[in-house]
Every structure is written in C-alpha cells, then in structure tokens.
Design a protein around this ligand. Structure first.
Ligand code: NDP
Ligand code: GDR
Length: 372
C-alpha cells in the first residue's frame, strides 16, 4: 500500500486529494495546524478514529515553519509521495503578511525537501510542489505555458517563485523526483470564503435569501482561467506517476472576468443583473427575478454589488490564461468540468447554506454571514 503525506490537508485541494488517494488505496497522512478550535471541517467526512485498527487516514500536528517537526513526521511516515499543498495562499493577505508568507510558502518548501534529503529518502520519496499561475503575474506571453518567463506581482508569488526553483534545484542536484504543478485558479464549494468566486457565490446566495443587502468587491475587470479543484487534484497525483519528474501547466485555456462570474452566479441564484457605472462607481442591479423560489428576498432594482477600493491590491494580476498542451499530450489531461458547471455547484451549495441560515434567523438565532 503506497503512503502519501499531504501538507495543507485541511485546505480545499488537500481535502479533495486525500479523498482521491484513499480511493486509490493509499495510506494518507496529513499535516494540520494546531488551532484554538476544530479546523479540519473539510476532512471531517473522511476522518478515521486513531483508536480503530487499520485507519488509513492519519493527521499529525505540524507547521511548515518548523523544520524539526517536519523532519520527525517524514521520518515516522516514510512517505512514497509528499504533496506540498500547505501555504498562506491568499494573494491579498500576502501584502499584509509578506514575511510570514515567504517563511511558509518559500522556506517551508525548502524545509520539506531538506527533510527528505537529510533522512536519506531522496530516491524513495516523490515530491509535488503546488506552484501557481501567479508566477506569471505581469504576463509576458498569452497564453502562458511552461516556458513563459515569470514576473511575480505579490509577496505570495515571489515566495512561490523561490519554492518553484528550489524544487527544480533539488531535482537537478540530488536526482530527486520533484516536480511543480503550475496550476491556474481552481475553485469548488470547499473554496475558502475570501477568494473571489466563493465570496461571490456565498454573497449572492445570502442576498437572494435576505441575509444581507449587498456584496462589495474589488477589481471586476480581472480575468482568470478557472476550473474545478476536483479535476486538478487528479493531475497532482498523475504528475507523480510519470517515469521522470517534469513541471506542468494545468489550465483550461479559457478565461472569464470577475464581472462575468458575478453574472453567472446571479443567474444560478435566479436573478438577471445589469452592470452600470465605471470604476469605483460601478454597481450591479437586479433587472429580473427569474426564480423567486431561489431568490425570495430580491426585487428588481436592488443594488446587489458595489465596488470597495479596499479590495484593490497594491499590484494586480489583470489577466491569466493557461496553455495546457503539454499536460494534454503527456498526461492525457482532459478538463471535465466547465466553469458554468462549477459555478452552478458552488451557488447551489451556498443557497443551501443560506436557506438554513435564513431559517435559523427567522427563529431568532444569530447567524454568521460575514464577508471579507
Ligand atoms: P487553501 O488556502 O484552501 O489551503 C491551504 C492549506 O495550507 C490549509 O490546510 C492551511 O491550514 C495550510 N497552511 C497554511 N499555513 C500553514 C503553515 N504555516 N503550516 C502548515 N500548513 C499551513 O489553499 P488551496 O487548497 O486552494 O491551495 C493548495 C495549494 O495550491 C496552496 O499552496 C496554494 O498556494 C496553491 N495553489 C492554489 C490554487 C487555487 O486556485 N486554489 C492555484 C495554484 C496554486 P489551515 O486550514 O489551518 O489554514
Ligand atoms: P487569486 O484569487 O488572487 O487569483 O489567487 P482571488 O480569488 O483572491 O482573486 C482573483 C481576482 O479577483 C479579484 N477580486 C477580488 N479578489 C478577492 N479575493 N476579493 C474581492 O473582493 C475581489 N474583487 C476582485 C482579485 O483582485 C484578483 O484579480 C488564487 C489563490 O488560490 C492563489 O493561492 C493561487 O495561487 C492563485 O489563485 C492561482
């Protein structure tokens, strides 16, 4: 039975990847951070009690800033595969906490690679690094492929650039099977609530159910190549099953704007919307209620989105569009879920949550609908 270790197992990708590897018969170990309350909601459904014999899913407390802890875990687990998905993954937050982001996202990767080497596992343990389309930042070529020059535009991207190159360096220096998946944005109902897609689907669902009046966004012109996380974790596993380690761009080759994602989400929540105004004055208004069952609280003329410059970034990545040709040819990559299908799943999930919250609210209970 192969053994895998996942950092960031409590995150969006970590939870989908753990499910996939368990289905494939792996023993899966995950590193979770200590928090003052339970923080493993995304993996609750696959949690197995450590008191039961033969548990295939095991969690270890740890942190990417702690070398000795990482070394001890890797020594205990002796993994065949390490997936480094742990990160301070929010681009905007990286401007607020640049040093911490560099420590976790940049040096954290080095700490794992060094632990594998120090323990003499460099010929046994395969290593996957969660690299990102943010490396392309200020884009030098459209679409972006494996050979496109990097131009990071945030402390997050700069830290991930270090992680990218140290992964390549350990492959070339020590013959490790270590590779980078340069993944474009991927989302799901498990996406963190402060990333723009989930913020939109959750915000519009809350508005439709009368839990809040309006959603505030930043740059609605930004263009992204969005896909479903489930499709992308399959690629993370595939990248570690090749004869030789290589880096791959994983993308759909299609992009839409944040504005268009607002339109798609509103439609899924039973609303037609229109956009007016420019820049910080831009607003999104309900022009038709198509499905009053989904949106009982909305009326024509309601302003449901406004721009708040608080969400503008000191340096923005305006457009990302990936070219997945190499992954298609070498890995047989087939993108299976469209952005429309993904959006429909996210809105349905958030409408479900919003209905439950609305019910609780009607019965006098406090509900948390906070949006950041
Ligand atoms: P999430 O933010 O959902 O998950 C990040 C995970 O990292 C969480 O489990 C988090 O733990 C953990 N983590 C954060 N800080 C530390 C730390 N100091 N030590 C150990 N673990 C830590 O990210 P995603 O699942 O969306 O992304 C997975 C990886 O892929 C990340 O590295 C991200 O940068 C990268 N990526 C993501 C893309 C996307 O579109 N989703 C695209 C390209 C790359 P906790 O739950 O306790 O916060
Ligand atoms: P991104 O994702 O920065 O691409 O990083 P995010 O969803 O945060 O932003 C996408 C674009 O939307 C614009 N935007 C807003 N973003 C947020 N979060 N909140 C807003 O209110 C808002 N309004 C507009 C942003 O300016 C940006 O242009 C994600 C993360 O998962 C990274 O870890 C990963 O590496 C990259 O995707 C690929």
């Amino acid at each position: 039975m192969p053994t895998a270790l996942i950092t960031g197992v409590t995150g969006q990708d970590g939870s989908y990847l753990a499910e996939l590897l368990l289905e494939k018969g792996y023993e899966v170990h995950g590193i979770k951070r200590r928090a003052s309350s339970f923080n493993a909601e995304r993996v609750d459904h696959i949690y197995q009690s450590p008191h039961v014999d033969g548990a295939k899913f095991k969690l270890h407390y740890g942190d990417l800033t702690d070398s000795s802890n990482l070394t001890r875990i890797i020594n205990a687990v002796q993994p065949d595969e390490v997936y480094n998905l742990g990160a301070q993954s929010h681009v905007a937050v990286s401007f607020e906490s640049p040093e911490y982001t560099a420590d976790v996202d940049g040096l954290g990767t080095l700490r794992l690679l060094e632990a594998i080497r120090f323990l003499g596992l460099e010929k046994k343990t395969r290593f996957y690094q969660a690299s990102t389309s943010e490396l392309f930042g200020l884009v030098q070529e459209i679409p972006q492929r494996e050979t496109t020059p990097f131009y990071p535009r945030s402390p997050y991207a700069a830290a991930k650039m270090y992680a990218y190159w140290i992964t390549v360096n350990y492959r070339e220096s020590y013959g490790m099977y270590a590779c980078n998946g340069i993944l474009f944005n991927h989302e799901s109902p498990r996406r963190g609530e402060t990333f723009v897609t989930r913020k939109i689907t959750r915000g519009i669902a809350n508005i439709a159910q009368g839990l809040e009046p309006c959603l505030f966004l930043g740059n609605m012109d930004a263009l992204r190549d969005w896909e479903h996380a489930k499709d992308y974790v399959r690629m993370q596993w595939m990248m570690l099953q090749q004869e030789t380690a290589e880096d791959f761009v994983i993308a759909t080759g299609k992009q839409i704007s944040v504005r268009e994602f607002v339109r798609l989400s509103a439609r899924e929540a039973g609303l037609e919307v229109e956009f007016s105004g420019q820049g910080v004055e831009e607003i999104v208004t309900v022009s038709k209620v198509i499905d009053p069952h989904k949106a009982p609280a909305a009326s024509v003329g309601d302003v449901i989105v406004r721009v708040d410059p608080r969400y503008f970034r000191p340096a923005e990545v305006e457009t990302l569009l990936g070219d997945p040709t190499k992954a298609k040819e070498k890995l047989g990559w087939q993108c299976e879920i469209t952005v429309e299908e993904m959006c429909a799943e996210m809105v349905a999930n958030d409408l479900d949550i919003a209905r439950k919250h609305a019910l609780l609210k009607r019965h006098g209970h406090a509900v948390n609908v906070a949006i950041e």
